[in-house]
Design a protein around this ligand. Structure first.
Ligand code: ZN
Length: 286
């Protein structure tokens, strides 16, 4: 049900009388709702402000169009609260100028879960498999959209596959000549201690991404993240005891254990139909 609008009463249409004819028009609230739906809940709630990440203009010297960074690979550092405002402007304004522009924003965790097969069609129960988004492999998730935004913000255990999964995602984008923005949220530095870091992906990012700092109170965000993580651990230790899974691959176990602690429900059993083994990637460019 759409929100109430004083102009159209929630009908999305208004009428005007022109030359004795009643002419229907889309109410401005309709466009607003479309924009908010395009942005998604995370960006829609960020304050709207101008950002240099999307400020296209003609360079008077060369006559080239400059200032549209949605075409480039960016490694964005700073607070999420700040980054969200920049992202909102960038993807919203870009879509306004170019309606064919689309973006997808995913947490780093999701790359790994799709890689592990959690979002594949076969992994879904018959009841829900046609009602929710399905990604049978990493390419399904990261391909296609004009811009992929990956939030590198999750705390968690090291997972041997994670760095390679991120690298494969970036390679898939690169092979399609499509840009990616990586968001290093202030709470977690993307370095050797980060779950999705390894030397190879670190080098790739250094060679192929431009770093942009959007600032903000990084220290406050870091402290908040630590507090949240502690809260999560506390509530997990109060919940029912977890049982040890069968001795399968170490990285997967750790991932599952981490998820349990984080309070995810796991409604289904592992089916053992994972597309690939960790560490062995067959994606484009590898
Ligand atoms: Zn309206």
């Amino acid at each position: 049900m759409s929100e109430w609008c004083d102009v159209c009463g929630g009908e999305s249409w208004i009428t005007r009388i022109i030359d004795d004819e009643v002419v229907p028009y889309r109410c401005s609230c309709f466009k607003r709702r479309l924009t908010l739906a395009f942005l998604g809940p995370e960006l829609a709630k960020a304050p709207n402000r101008r950002s240099h990440l999307y400020c296209p203009q003609i360079d008077p010297q060369t006559g080239d169009m400059v200032g549209d960074l949605t075409l480039d690979n960016l490694f964005i550092t700073g607070c999420w609260a700040e980054a969200a405002q920049h992202l909102r402007w960038a993807v919203g304004a870009k879509n306004y100028d170019d309606p064919s522009f689309t973006f997808k924003m995913v947490p780093d965790e999701m790359l790994l879960r799709v890689f592990l097969g959690d979002f594949s069609y076969k992994s879904r129960s018959v009841k829900v498999r046609d009602d929710i988004e399905t990604y049978n492999n990493l390419s399904d998730l990261v391909g296609g959209h004009s811009l992929l935004i990956v939030r590198l913000g999750k705390l968690g255990h090291t997972n041997r596959a994670a760095g390679n999964v991120l690298l494969e995602a970036l390679n898939l984008r690169g092979a399609q000549s499509l840009p990616t923005w990586l968001i290093e949220e202030g709470a977690v530095h993307f370095g050797p201690d980060h779950k999705f870091y390894n030397d190879e992906v670190g080098r790739y990012i250094q060679d192929n991404f431009e770093t942009i700092d959007v600032g903000g109170d990084v220290e406050a965000e870091r402290q908040l993240a630590v507090q949240l993580a502690e809260l999560r651990l506390e509530s997990a230790s109060m919940s029912t005891e977890e049982t040890d899974p069968a001795p399968v691959e170490e990285s997967r176990d750790r991932f599952r254990a981490d998820e349990k602690r984080a309070g995810y429900n796991r409604p289904r059993q592992w089916r053992g139909s994972r597309p690939r083994k960790s560490g062995k990637l067959s994606g484009v460019g590898l």
